[in-house]
Write a new protein. Structure first.
Lengths: 588, 334
């Protein structure tokens, strides 16, 4: 017995040592033969073959290149109607198309699956002419019926899908459902009335009230058209509510069989590892999809530093959400390039007028004059920010040039405080979030400290607060627990309604005020279907808002993407609608 | 022995019940909740309430706990709020990745730590001993993620010898019935894939195994020194056994007892360390999964993951206790 045990023990020890040795040698010896050739990026000449080989491209006309793109997380599910996170949308964008889309790199509406459209005079009926000869990835024809099938699906979502965490965008744009579950929290009224296939290529969408932002919203990835046959066959809406009350899809549509009309088709998806998409050989718009990527792989890498290193080692050829502190590293190396996105966000200081003394307009104005926004944007945004003077980015229509601007003027701030009627020194309650970096606020604490110093300089007494961004800080803001707070917003679609409409069209505890004038202007603007009149109304709203000063917008930033130098044609978009179908990877 | 094992396994039941309660309370004492985490800036009061109602989070805590405990007893860990997948399914997918990494790290730590400690003890206060002391101090005090970043910079970015992320090259496909990629590669007889997996495993395993290595080396050294001064070692030498036989049969074997204890204790630390290591190496394991769950207040995932981790730690310690008998025949379990 003893002998036996001894042998076993020795064997175990030996095995352990051998395994480690084998691992050490094996790794060292063989890594050079890896197909990825991860060393490529460092030998100067090799940067261009950072990609992985699947075949040889002849002249860049054939889509044979492979591109690996580093994302920040896995998609949740590949069904546009059920997601609101950026990574899901990014992937769905490559495989699906909607009736309309946005021009490359902009927010102008352009035809996609619909070639033209027209609204009735009362704005309640929208007629779309559909593109002919388009097929879904499963070979099913795209037609008017397919469009109505999708709209009816969304409108008839079961109660489990009426959760705002699931169908956020439907609820934001269209409101309620055919049968809105009173417990769902969804709006009871719906903008959507019906969809009618008046011919094979003509669809009429009817609304319950006029809405001008409806068309921009249709460009959202969430309203892309899926193959009705695939939705049914793979049980897109099937599922069960588990014992914890969470709806659990049992179908495989969104995880294994997403089927659209886009330039890429679903290949395979291993959560946490890779999402592989293959070029659609029958894509209707091959003429414009001029890129050479045959296989597109999204690879989730949650850690920022790891994404940069993966780019440097040649394991990925591009990634999104580059940290400002890495801009210099990437720009300083000619093997890589940095592509900034047009600004489509706003960072602001929110004022909660329910908290004393924020209800006092003089105090709000004093704050606006006290803070040196220019210095903050210059100091903490690595050259990627511009000073904001209103609550939406300048790229968007309805931006008013002549709003009240509050220049940095400490003396004016002191004077306003004197005349404010408040007891001096005026005390402020000001909060910032920790453990977070947002596109509009890469380093909240740095912004905050500079602002506090400015405020103290003109005689404010500031009580500082902080909390972890998600969910504590957001919870406190939403429930009106801070007097002043740092926050911001990134737009979803190219309409002012998505910025100032979201902020001020309804009463919110975070702001703690009710301004009927502003609300009315925003309501009118939303309902106006005449483009020119609409622009004027939003300009007016912006003027009213900045005069009222419910908060102080201070920055618009340009988030950036990084690529290896051999990636060409990627077109950053303010709303992140960025097709890989037009991207070319050379040198593979 | 069998009775002892059965008793220990039965003891697991109250341990897990107590643990599930603690975890339940701990997870819910994190401020905020999944609704706001999900919606971010887009959260409104109504939407938050609606989600909480749907998840049953508006009910009193005791009610929530009873429901959770009942499900747990039935082997149901609930579903992830974020991915809407059953926690048990996700755990099955992620667990092999973490286990493979942890085993590799432990093998590295044991394989390098035990010989290092033993040699250091034999060369007590010699150059080698002092060098190993310095090295293990550095090993213990070096933050894992920092070590990982430096290794990646040198071996992936500068030299290009090793991949810096993931478990397998993205252009390579490997059927993974077991989820242990090394094993899967062997099963598929795909030796290129085997080498590729090994190359991916190397840096994360070293990063994760460094601290246990240092600790194991120190313990081995101390234990060996103790044993070396024992009478039976002198006796063994006196009766003419060769140095090698004495070392193997009498010294190392007895010195390993405390080392095995430490290995058991280290397993828990290793699993927590895996959270950081996995993030830095984009390793699709339980660590990244749980970190994400903390950010999203994904209660079911956190509860399931922590209870499962605890289960593993308890189990490993049981195995360690049992292995005492293997190492020292005088120890018997009843």
């Amino acid at each position: 017995m003893l002998r036996n045990r001894q042998i076993r023990l020795r064997a175990v020890t030996l095995l352990a040592v051998l395994t480690v040795l084998a691992a050490a040698c094996g790794g060292g010896d063989t890594a050079g033969e890896q197909p990825t050739d991860v060393g490529a990026a460092t030998d100067g000449t090799g940067a261009t073959d950072g990609g992985t080989e699947t075949g040889s491209a002849d002249g860049g006309t054939e889509a044979t290149a492979t591109m690996v793109f580093g994302t920040s997380a896995d998609p949740v599910v590949l069904d546009g109607a059920l997601v609101s996170d950026g990574e899901s949308l990014r992937a769905i964008d490559q495989m699906f198309e909607g009736l309309v889309s946005l021009e490359l790199g902009g927010t102008e509406i352009v035809p996609a699956l619909a070639t033209e459209w027209e609204a009735s005079d009362d704005g309640l009926e929208w007629t779309f002419q559909l593109r002919e000869g388009v097929t879904f990835h499963d070979g099913e024809p795209f037609n008017a019926e397919a469009v109505c099938f999708n709209f009816d699906r969304w409108y008839n979502f079961p109660p489990e899908f009426q959760n705002p965490a699931v169908s956020y965008y439907w609820q934001t744009v269209f409101g309620g459902f055919a049968e809105t579950d009173p417990d769902s929290g969804a709006p009871t009224e719906s903008l959507y009335k019906s969809c009618e296939a008046t011919s094979d290529t003509e669809v009429v969408l009817r609304l319950t009230k006029p809405s001008a932002s409806f068309l921009s919203a249709l460009a959202l990835t969430n309203f892309t058209i899926a193959s009705p046959a695939a939705l049914e066959e793979f049980g897109a809406d099937e599922g069960e509510v588990d014992a914890e009350g969470i709806f659990r899809p049992t179908g495989t549509y969104g995880t294994e069989h997403p089927t659209g009309t886009g330039p890429f088709m679903f290949g395979e998806w291993t959560r946490g590892d890779r999402l592989v998409m293959e070029r659609n050989p029958d894509y209707w718009n091959a003429e414009e999809a001029t890129g050479n990527i045959g296989t597109l792989i999204f690879r989730p890498i949650a850690d920022n530093a790891a994404r940069l290193q993966a780019l440097q080692s040649g394991e990925i050829q591009g990634y999104d959400l580059v940290e400002p502190q890495d801009f210099a590293t990437i720009e300083g190396d000619d093997q890589f390039k940095l592509l900034p996105r047009p600004a489509f966000n706003v960072g602001y200081i929110g004022f909660n007028q329910q908290v004393e003394p924020m209800g006092n307009p003089d105090v709000r104005k004093a704050i606006a004059h006290a803070i040196d926004r220019e210095a903050i944007v210059e100091g903490f945004y690595a050259g990627q920010g511009v000073v904001a003077h209103q609550f939406m980015p300048p790229e968007l229509f309805g931006y008013a040039e002549d709003v009240t601007k509050y220049e940095y003027d400490p003396d004016m701030a002191r004077q306003l405080l004197e005349q404010s009627g408040e007891d001096l020194p005026v005390r402020l309650d000001f909060a910032y979030p920790t453990d977070v970096s947002r596109p509009y606020m890469p380093d909240p604490q740095a912004n905050f400290e500079a602002m506090v110093a400015d405020l103290r300089d003109v005689g404010f007494e500031v009580e500082t607060k902080s909390a972890v961004w998600s969910p504590d800080y957001l919870d406190n803001v939403d429930n009106g627990r801070y007097g002043m707070y740092l926050l911001g917003w990134t737009g979803d679609f190219g309409d002012p309604d998505n910025f100032i409409g979201t902020f001020f069209q309804s009463q919110q505890r975070a702001w703690g005020f009710d301004n009927a004038e502003i609300r009315r202007t925003l309501d009118d603007a939303e309902a106006e279907t005449d483009d020119e009149a609409r622009v004027k109304l939003y300009e007016e709203a912006n003027r009213q808002i900045m005069e009222f000063l419910p908060g102080l917008p201070y920055v618009h930033t340009q988030p950036a993407l990084a690529f290896t130098a051999n990636v060409e044609g990627y077109q950053p978009s303010p709303v992140s609608l960025e097709p890989f179908a037009i991207v070319t990877v050379t040198g593979q | 022995m069998l009775r002892y094992v059965a008793k220990r396994l039965l003891l697991l039941v109250p341990v897990l019940i107590g643990l599930s309660f603690l975890v339940f309370i701990f997870v819910r004492s994190l401020p905020g909740g999944p609704a706001i985490a999900l919606l971010g800036e887009r959260a409104t009061e109504e939407s938050v309430q609606a989600i909480e109602r749907q998840l049953g989070l508006d009910q009193p805590l005791p009610v929530q706990y009873l429901r959770y405990a009942r499900n747990l007893a039935g082997g149901n860990l609930g579903s992830s709020v974020l991915t809407r997948q059953p926690v048990s399914t996700e755990l099955r997918q992620k667990f092999p990745a973490t286990m493979e990494l942890a085993i590799a790290a432990m093998l590295f730590a044991i394989g390098a730590g035990v010989p290092l400690g033993f040699v250091a003890a034999k060369r007590y206060q010699g150059v080698l001993d002092n060098a190993s002391l310095v090295a293990s101090l550095i090993g213990i005090s070096f933050p894992v993620f920092f070590l990982a970043l430096i290794m990646k910079y040198v071996f992936a970015v500068r030299l290009g010898w090793l991949p810096s992320i993931g478990r397998l090259d993205v252009t390579r496909s490997l059927a993974h019935p077991t989820g242990f990629y090394l094993l899967d590669a062997v099963l598929a007889r795909d030796w290129d894939a085997f080498v590729d997996v090994l190359a991916h495993l190397l840096m994360p395993a070293i990063a994760l195994g460094t601290i246990p290595l240092a600790i194991i080396a120190r313990i081995t050294r101390a234990a060996t020194l103790d044993v070396l001064s024992e009478d039976y070692v002198r006796t063994a030498r006196a009766k003419g056994l060769s140095g090698g036989v004495v070392n193997r049969r009498h010294v190392l074997r007895n010195a390993l007892l405390p080392v095995v204890t430490v290995i058991g204790l280290q397993t828990g630390l290793l699993l927590t360390g895996a959270v950081l290591t996995e993030t830095v190496f984009a390793w699709p394991g339980v660590g990244t999964w749980m970190l994400n769950a903390i950010r999203n207040r994904d209660y079911a995932v956190l509860q399931g993951g922590i209870v499962f981790f605890a289960f593993i730690v308890v189990l490993v310690n049981l195995v360690v206790d049992l292995s005492y008998a293997l190492l020292n025949p005088r120890i018997r379990y009843r």
